[in-house]
Design a protein around this ligand. Structure first.
Ligand SMILES: *Cc1c(COP(=O)(O)O)cnc(C)c1O
Length: 965
């Protein structure tokens, strides 16, 4: 049929988004179906997915929308948000994202589609940006060691409490002190965490901390109502009681103020948001976290460290990787996995671009404006709560309601929750007009304050609002990197030079099993940087956020439809945080029924490390359930373990399809066994990409799941974050969803605490998932799942005969990913899975997931977004590598002087005048023809992990290190 024969509505349908999101076209799909031995997608699904769990009816999401229509619709929704000037403060400030960073980092797929830098040879760019972030943190906090970003200030404070408990010498103490001028949302999150660990929280005036038997204390600097005070003596006195002192600090104020590290603090943490990252109604933002060198083994989250490569050149990688994060399972320090890397990079670039002088100018201007505001209101007879401040004033007012009314009428948001006072926080976007408006609101329209005159008086009198002893005297940002990219041309090229070192989805397929590195479509990304979404303060009155509320509401309804659950919380900022929130809901449910003694969590041996790490965070005892030789949960072992603990059984955490990449036939039985002992089923939703439209957690019989919106629902990985891990629950758990101390969340439990600083988590990236679902519709979402399964089975089929596929389900099918077993090959040839992973770089590919869930294997998840052509290219690379392994095995290639052992190869290798390898340069760098047309060069050779961990350096190396080369 020629195009002329289509009707208008058929032509309109052909312009939908589905065929853009899904990689293979119809002809490619037909060829792939034939290759795997299925007559149609339906037939393949019939063969693959157990009948017993198939959804009886389709999704109810509506029809696929074109990109243009969906964008127009969402724009109209976004415009319902009222963007007032925000002076609320409380840890969130408006900021100017430098445009060179906005366009070339935040809006650039080279940065936002990259994965967590587990393969450092092809990730030196973002590793350098993160190292810069650590340096910024170290300089501003005055401490020795920094990590590379946490989820937000409040969870960073909770992590500080955990660290304090681990390292405090006051072993018998069980209480943590939180000063009463800590931000309320931080206190809320810390309380939730403390309750789960069984710690007591004591609050009171900061000075009161010394009067309690505590293992740690949290102070805020400047305080939440703006006060700047010298904490030196207080910190010393608290430390005398053997307690650990953490200080939550404002990053911009630290540019001018003496650092908490210099005052003796053990931990300094805070949000890096106001370094160029939009408020976005709560996130995503990176938190910084610094501590003493002595506590490095207790540091939560990732640390970037300097090591060297096989050519002896400095090279970066994640340090202490094996003891890090969730890999230690229930012994982990925290469950942090996905953690705001993109936003940490933005903040570090902000510091690079402005440099120490630029930052001082910005901070000084903010402070000057605050001084002018203070002088003006004091001159008019109003009183301030504090004599010393940086950017925040607490102004005592007689008629608070009238002031707030005038502010609302003028389009200004002030802090409203203070007794007899309003709070006003200024930021780098504040200008003279704002000051005039604020004077009108506080003093009336005829206030008569002359800003310039006040300014001149202040210049003449000096700045007494920061006590002399609290002026920063130590240098900041002295490293070269912060002092050479201050013109836009230089900055542009610096960002580009780092981007070029990294392999992201805009170069080739990233087949990481369990990570679902699918298309992050441009139309999905565009709304993220609309000011209607970016400029909203998370604690703005809910009426001003009608657009957000509508978007969140519609998205929640769709996700409930997809998951088969009854209620949803958008609060958790990552999958692991979702696990934490879901387990809390389970515990609270048991408690509400008088069964608070249930304290055992069953976890199959194949589970992702965050599962046991999260269970540990809510004080559940992990009991491991065995898997059988096919990778399935061993039902006999499950029955036995469940019976053994029986009335102590709290829940099971199970992943579906299993982490082994198959649809377990017995999943319903697993749920039944656990339920029969009164336990709950937590179904880890990371693998929703194999469920959407075909089955669902609710339908299968589980009670709660998190969804990784940064996997299945298209939020990009950002080089290791942001992410969103909302949880869906059945109705009986709905009363236990997290709420928030500052903003009431109507769909949450009435008396529940918070798990994140912001009520709806990282709200500003929700438009990505929203756009995806809107553009795909019911039909597209289901088709995406089907093609994801087709692509995985096609890869498994093509690699068959070359590699063993470790686990298969019914009819020899895999789900949306497959595991190939390298152990027999390693045995025979000495070539390791690491060699294969690094050799893939030479072929222009990122390695699949390595040694998870089974050591010595690779887990490949192609996703529906990859075309047949790309899958073929990847399979060709894998098959060539298999042939190379055979050459090592047969002795044709030397056991170590071979391209696998020496991979990846760099330009430095190829240009080396002393090339003396037993193989030629072409074999090294251009192993197949396709690579010649599109070569990606790893920027360093293989990196020495052991050396890096023995000589832990987590700050920027001096320039001499690079010159020594
Ligand atoms: C990715 C993943 C998680 C953790 O998600 P984060 O967002 O990184 O915290 C948990 N479980 C499984 C199976 C995963 O693949």
């Amino acid at each position: 049929m020629s195009h002329a024969n289509y009707s208008l509505s058929q032509l309109e349908q052909k312009q939908d988004f589905i065929r853009r999101h899904i990689g293979p076209g119809q002809d490619e799909m037909n060829a792939m179906l034939e290759a795997v031995g299925a007559t149609s997608l339906d037939d393949l699904i019939e063969q693959t997915v157990p009948q017993g769990i198939r959804l009886p009816e389709g999704l109810n999401i509506g029809e696929s929308q074109t990109e243009a229509d969906a964008l127009a619709y969402l724009k109209a929704v976004a415009e319902k948000n009222v963007i007032n000037r925000s002076f609320i403060g409380m840890g969130y400030s408006d900021t100017h994202t430098p445009n060179v960073i906005l366009r070339n980092v935040l809006e650039n797929p080279g940065w936002y589609t990259a994965y967590t830098p587990y393969q450092p040879e092809i990730a030196q760019g973002r590793l350098e940006a993160l190292l810069n972030f650590q340096q910024v943190t170290i300089d501003l906090t005055g401490l020795e060691l920094a990590s590379a970003s946490l989820l937000d200030e409040a969870t960073a404070a909770a992590e500080a409490m955990g660290l304090a408990k681990r390292v405090s010498k006051n072993k018998k103490a069980n209480a943590f002190f939180v000063a009463d001028d800590v931000h309320p949302q931080t206190l809320d999150v810390v309380k939730t965490r403390a309750e789960q660990f069984g710690f007591d929280i004591i609050t009171g005036k900061a000075d009161d901390a010394v009067n309690h038997d505590i293992f740690g204390a949290l102070l805020q600097y400047p305080g939440t109502t703006g006060e700047v005070r010298d904490l030196t003596d207080l910190i010393a006195a608290i430390k005398d009681t053997k307690a650990v002192v953490a200080v939550a600090a404002d990053i911009m104020s630290l540019v001018l103020l003496k650092s908490p590290g210099e005052m003796g603090a053990d931990v300094v943490l805070g949000s890096a948001q106001r370094f160029g990252v939009p408020m976005g109604y709560g996130g995503p933002h990176a938190a910084f976290f610094a501590t003493r060198d002595a506590y490095k083994r207790s540091l939560p989250g990732r640390i970037i460290g300097v090591s060297k490569d096989t050519r002896g050149r400095p090279a970066l990688r994640m340090a202490l990787q094996t003891r890090e994060q969730h890999i230690r399972r229930e012994k982990a320090n925290s469950n942090i996995c996905t953690a705001q890397v993109l936003l940490a990079n933005m903040a570090s670039f902000y510091a690079v671009y402005h440099g120490p002088q630029g930052l001082k100018t910005i901070a000084t201007r903010i402070h000057r404006m605050t001084d002018i505001l203070a002088a003006g209101v004091k001159g008019a007879g109003l009183a301030l709560a504090h004599e010393h401040y940086f950017d925040t004033l607490t102004v005592k007012v007689d008629d608070k309601a009238a002031v707030l009314k005038r502010a609302a009428d003028a389009g200004l948001n002030l802090r409203r929750d203070l007794d007899g006072a309003v709070g006003i926080s200024l930021d780098e976007t504040t200008n003279r007009d704002d000051l005039n408006s604020l004077f009108s609101v506080l003093l009336g329209d005829n206030h008569g304050v002359n800003i310039d005159a006040l300014d001149q008086q202040l210049v003449a009198s000096g700045t007494p609002s920061i006590p002399a002893e609290l002026n920063r005297t130590s240098d900041i940002l002295t490293h070269e990197v912060f002092n050479q990219y201050h013109s836009e041309t230089e900055m542009l090229r610096y960002i580009k030079s780092l981007e070029d070192k990294d392999l992201a989805l805009n170069h080739s397929m990233i087949s990481l099993g369990s990570c679902t590195m699918k298309l992050n479509a441009t139309a999905e990304m565009i709304p993220v940087t609309w000011p209607e979404f970016g400029k909203l303060h998370p604690f703005a009155p809910v009426e001003q956020a009608a657009g957000y509320q509508q978007m969140i509401g519609e998205l929640s309804d769709w996700l409930l439809n997809v998951t088969g659950y009854d209620a949803l919380s958008m609060q958790p900022n990552s999958g692991a945080q979702g696990e934490y929130a879901g387990l809390i809901a389970i515990k609270r449910y048991h408690e509400s029924r008088g069964e608070g003694h249930r304290d055992v969590c069953l976890i199959p041996s194949s589970a992702h490390g965050t599962n046991p790490a999260s269970a540990q965070m809510v004080s559940l005892n992990v009991v491991v359930v065995a898997c059988d030789k096919n990778g399935n949960v061993d039902l006999n072992d499950l029955r036995k373990k469940a019976e053994e603990v029986s009335d102590r059984l709290s829940c099971i955490m199970v992943t579906y399809p299993s982490t082994h990449g198959v649809y377990e036939e017995t999943i319903r039985e697993i749920c039944d066994i656990v339920h029969s002992h009164g336990g709950q089923v937590y179904l880890d939703g990371a693998n929703m990409n194999a469920q959407v439209g075909i089955t669902s957690p609710g339908h299968i019989g589980s009670d709660v799941s998190h969804l990784n919106l940064h996997k299945t629902f298209c939020i990009p990985h950002g080089g290791g974050g942001p992410g969103m891990g909302p949880i869906g629950v059945k109705s009986h758990l709905a009363p236990f969803l997290p709420n928030h101390a500052v903003v009431n969340v109507e769909t949450a439990g009435k008396d529940e605490g918070a798990v994140s600083a912001a009520p709806w988590g990282s709200a500003s990236i929700l438009p990505i998932s929203y756009m995806y679902i809107k553009m795909m519709g019911s039909e597209g979402l289901k088709k995406a799942t089907e093609v994801a399964i087709l692509n995985a089975n096609y890869v498994a089929k093509k690699l068959e005969g070359h590699f063993d596929v470790l686990y298969k389900g019914r009819n020899g099918r895999v789900a949306h990913e497959c595991i190939i077993d390298l152990r027999p090959l390693k045995e025979a040839s000495g070539v390791t899975e690491l060699d294969v992973a690094k050799r893939l770089n030479d072929y222009g590919f990122h390695a699949p997931t390595m040694s998870f869930p089974v050591a010595g294997t690779l887990m490949i998840e192609p996703t529906e977004s990859e075309s047949k052509a790309e899958l073929d290219r990847f399979c060709e690379a894998m098959i060539c590598i298999r042939e190379e392994m055979a050459k090592v095995e047969s002795g044709e290639w030397d056991a170590t002087d071979n391209p696998l052992h020496n991979a990846p190869h760099t330009l430095a290798d190829i240009c080396d005048a002393d090339w003396n390898r037993s193989y030629d340069r072409n074999t090294a760098a251009y192993p197949v023809e396709a690579v010649r047309r599109n070569k990606f060069w790893p920027s360093v050779n293989r990196i020495d992990d052991v050396y890096g961990d023995r000589n832990l350096i987590c700050s920027c190396p001096s320039i001499e290190t690079y010159m020594e080369e």
